[in-house]
Ligand binder design. Sequence first.
Ligand SMILES: Cc1cc2nc3c(=O)[nH]c(=O)nc-3n(C[C@H](O)[C@H](O)[C@H](O)COP(=O)(O)O)c2cc1C
Length: 197
Amino acid sequence: MKTLLRIDSSPRKSTSISRQLADVLQSKLEAEVSYTTKNRDTYYDQLIHLGNEDSVTAYFTPENEQTATQKEAIKASNILATEFAEADTYLFAVPMYNFSVSAGLKTYIDLISRAGISFQYTENGPQGLLKNKKAYVIITTGGTKLGTEVDHVTGYMTTFLNFLGITDIEFINSDLIMTNAEEILEGAKTKIQNLSL
Ligand SMILES: Cc1cc2nc3c(=O)[nH]c(=O)nc-3n(C[C@H](O)[C@H](O)[C@H](O)COP(=O)(O)O)c2cc1C
């Protein structure tokens, strides 16, 4: 059975628009494709930032040479990066925070982008290791229009996913929610229902 990995990145829960839309898409994916779903919540899972020298140096130290402190520091990243690499389909729920992604999502990305697991260095530069994957990216914004020069979410998510080898990306935009919430929300839900999987 295929694995769907859903990644939420809003600190809001019941009032979160990105979570609400992700619920709709998750239900559709599970109804139309046979998935085992795993969830990661970049706020409520209490992810640990790369907060000290050990955690960063461990990234660049072969496992058999890592100190006990480095092994401990990299433990969560190993689990998250392996889980990410093993998934078939990704569902990202991404609120725009100050023109970019939220800090929770950035922390998660720093933990799962790992040489030897999700990408590798080659003579020709870095190369993504994740092949034949599909990513759905739901983006919500309050007053910033997606696709304009101040949208640093769409390009960032595309670059990061492409970097890991994921090129099949479906964006579901729900921008300018502060202007006409109901209509925009309904438009995004309709787009989700009409997606051919
Ligand atoms: C800290 C913070 C920063 C935000 N920055 C932006 C922004 O730069 N542009 C924008 O259009 N909306 C911004 N918003 C609004 C959110 O993108 C919007 O409320 C979105 O629906 C949040 O997703 P959620 O409903 O899933 O929490 C910000 C909200 C917060 C709390």
